[in-house]
Design a protein around this ligand. Structure first.
Ligand SMILES: [Ca+2]
Ligand SMILES: [Ca+2]
Ligand SMILES: [Ca+2]
Ligand SMILES: [Ca+2]
Length: 320
């Protein structure tokens, strides 16, 4: 039985079943009593009288200890006739990792694997937690809201776009031939993910809208300038910057680009593709865009199209 001292603080803890004992949630009532001889208030408030009922081994042990402490200290404080009381309720007494969802836990899968749907902190995994969850569609997760650091708040990474340094007539082995050329140039230039590159080009079997990965991340020139902040921005008719820089980061500036594609990424309704990009001889024609332009002419120079397939044009190459 402890004796009384001025300024001593006694904490009482009691576990209360709120509903459905023994399986219902519990709340913990904490009563803090501060004895102070300079205060003269009555101690009747220490009569916080809580029936102690326990429902599991862990909390039962705690409640039992607190209960006996509460009984002895209540009597002592009442006799002293000097006290002030604060009371708070908390539900934070649960254990994250026991496999049961309790209190403020969003989940509790009972393991310490942060790569599954439930983090070891008992929070649901998602974009922004700083842990890469590829299975949930994250390409990256840097845990911040900086959109311009290579990983945006949608957990999408940047992708490169370039204008080929080379040009060719309208015969290059269909869209697949253009894709191969894009991959080859990307690889030689040391760009990341070179084998994912595809040409912004359409024929009867292919269009960017059908075949491209539609990123939630930015499209950048190899010089670092932003072309579009995501696929939706890329295909809204205008670009933030024209695609006029080649795979090595060198400014080309202008030139015709074989496309046969609308700014929305669809095969042009008045299709002209040099017979599937296999013919250069008259009268075959192909549609092109203008590398100098950031308006809708970038993808389809509709004031000039179509062009004879014997002319030479670049490709637009996109990382996918
Ligand atoms: Ca738990
Ligand atoms: Ca887990
Ligand atoms: Ca994540
Ligand atoms: Ca970021």
């Amino acid at each position: 039985m402890p004796s009384l001292h001025a300024h001593r603080v006694v904490v009482f803890v009691a576990i209360v079943c709120v509903s459905g004992c023994p399986d219902g949630p519990q709340s913990t009532t904490v009563v803090t009593v501060t004895s102070d001889p300079d205060e003269s208030s009555s101690s009747s408030t220490t009569g916080t009288d809580t029936d102690t009922t326990t429902t599991d081994d862990t909390t039962g042990a705690t409640a039992g200890t607190a209960g006996s402490e509460s009984n002895s200290e209540s009597g002592a404080t009442t006799n002293s006739s000097t006290s002030s009381v604060t009371t708070e309720t908390t539900t934070g007494q649960f254990i994250c990792g026991d496999g049961e969802v309790q209190g403020d836990e969003e989940c509790d899968d009972g393991n310490d694997n942060d790569l599954d749907a439930c983090l070891s902190s008992c929070e649901l995994a998602g974009c922004g937690d700083g842990i890469l969850h590829e299975g949930f569609g994250e390409e990256c997760d840097d845990g911040n809201s900086d959109e311009a650091d290579g990983c945006n708040s949608q957990c999408a990474r940047d992708r490169f776009v370039f204008l080929t340094s080379t040009t060719t007539q309208g015969k290059f082995g269909a869209v697949s031939g253009a894709n191969s050329h894009c991959k080859s140039l990307a690889q030689d230039a040391g760009l990341p993910n070179p084998l994912t590159y595809r040409a912004w080009m359409s024929d009867d079997d292919f269009s960017p809208d059908e075949w491209f990965f539609k990123s939630k991340g930015r499209y950048l020139l190899t010089s670092g300038a932003v072309v579009a902040k995501d696929w939706e921005d890329l295909t809204d008719g205008t670009l933030e910057n024209a695609i006029n820089v080649d795979e090595n980061g060198e400014l080309i500036g202008s030139g015709g680009v074989w496309t046969n594609t609308t700014p929305q990424g669809l095969k042009h309704p008045d299709s002209a593709d040099c017979e599937g990009w296999t013919v250069t001889a008259f009268p075959a024609e192909g549609r092109f865009g203008l590398a100098s332009e950031a308006n809708d002419q970038w993808s389809d120079a509709n004031n000039f199209n179509p062009e004879a397939c014997g002319a030479s044009g670049h490709f637009y190459c996109f990382e996918n």
